[in-house]
Design a protein around this ligand. Structure first.
Ligand SMILES: NC(=O)c1ccc[n+]([C@@H]2O[C@H](COP(=O)([O-])OP(=O)(O)OC[C@H]3O[C@@H](n4cnc5c(N)ncnc54)[C@H](O)[C@@H]3O)[C@@H](O)[C@H]2O)c1
Length: 271
């Protein structure tokens, strides 16, 4: 049986780790090929090597236009086409009270989370248009870009920007049969969250336990929950969806788990 991503090619920024790595592995398992674009050389090369001739690694700082352009071009030179892009590379960036925020750190955060995503959309659009088959671009946003209090200020601002860019790009790129969407994950145990929650990027166990204990669905999310969402949007299942932000957060931002007390009391509030 043909895979759900058979014969297609995707650029994945931040593909060396976490959500990007899980997505790269799933797309290859479903018949596709991937360009893993990341500034983590050792890990990126190892992930690409483990996927054999279905993957290449492109050393890439997403805030540098020449790097992003070269990653797209390397993928098309190797695989002959580009169908999808996952603008996913990210960092937590500057944290702390807004009144104390050092602006150099703010600028560095925006360089990765805003400029990097814009450059990925820009060059992916170029590559997908040139390939001529249509396609889909996804940006990784966050629940922090949907609701207040769920992340640092600069991060929240940048992630709201990712949602805005996907919506805006969708309006232009529909003419080329290219869809653009964003995915807003809740907390998922990866190096990034383990670093924040447990103080150690390798302590996924503690991160997973803490996240699971707060989840309305009673379990921590997996990186694969995002990979499956990205695959859905990239493939036939999502082929009529564009300009949308899909939250993958066990209902956290829609109030899941908040109405239990009302259900139990059976209280009638209106006649
Ligand atoms: N894990 C979560 O709970 C969570 C929640 C919401 C959103 N996100 C977002 O998901 C995305 C992936 O994060 P993750 O959790 O997989 O973290 P991660 O740290 O495991 O992966 C991030 C990857 O991005 C790469 N990267 C960082 N800056 C880069 C740059 N300038 N150029 C190229 N590559 C760069 C890193 O090397 C790493 O491989 C990020 O955009 C993050 O903000 C994560």
């Amino acid at each position: 049986m043909a895979g759900r991503y058979e014969g297609k090619v995707a650029l994945i920024t931040g593909g060396a780790s976490g959500l990007g790595e899980a997505t790269a592995r799933l797309l290859v398992a479903e018949g596709g090929k991937v360009i893993i674009a990341d500034y983590g050389v050792e890990r990126g090369e190892a992930v690409a090597k483990s996927l054999g001739d279905k993957a290449i690694f492109a050393q890439c700082d997403v805030s540098k236009e020449a790097d992003v352009a070269a990653a797209v071009d390397a993928g098309i030179a190797k695989f002959g086409r580009l169908d999808s892009a996952f603008a996913n590379a990210g960092i937590v960036g500057v944290v702390g009270p807004i009144a104390d925020t050092p602006m150099d750190d703010f600028d560095k955060t925006m360089a990765v989370l805003v400029r990097g995503v814009f450059l990925t959309f820009k060059h992916a659009a170029r590559g997908i248009i040139a390939s001529g088959n249509g396609g889909c671009i996804i940006g990784t946003a966050s629940v922090a870009g949907v609701q207040g209090g769920l992340g640092p200020h600069a991060y929240a601002m940048a992630k709201a920007g990712v949602i805005g860019l996907a919506r805006s790009a969708a309006s232009e790129l529909a003419a080329f049969k290219i869809r653009a969407n964003s995915i807003a994950p809740g907390s998922i145990p990866t190096g990034m969250t383990a670093h924040v929650i447990a103080g150690d990027p390798n302590d996924l166990k503690t991160a997973s336990e803490r996240i699971g204990s707060m989840s309305p669905l009673g379990r921590a999310a997996h990186a694969n929950d995002i990979a499956e969402t990205a695959l859905f949007l990239f493939s036939e299942g999502g082929s009529y969806i564009t300009g949308q932000n899909i939250t993958v957060d066990a209902g956290l931002t829609s109030g899941a788990g908040m109405s239990v007390s009302f259900q139990k009391t059976g209280m009638m509030v209106a006649r």
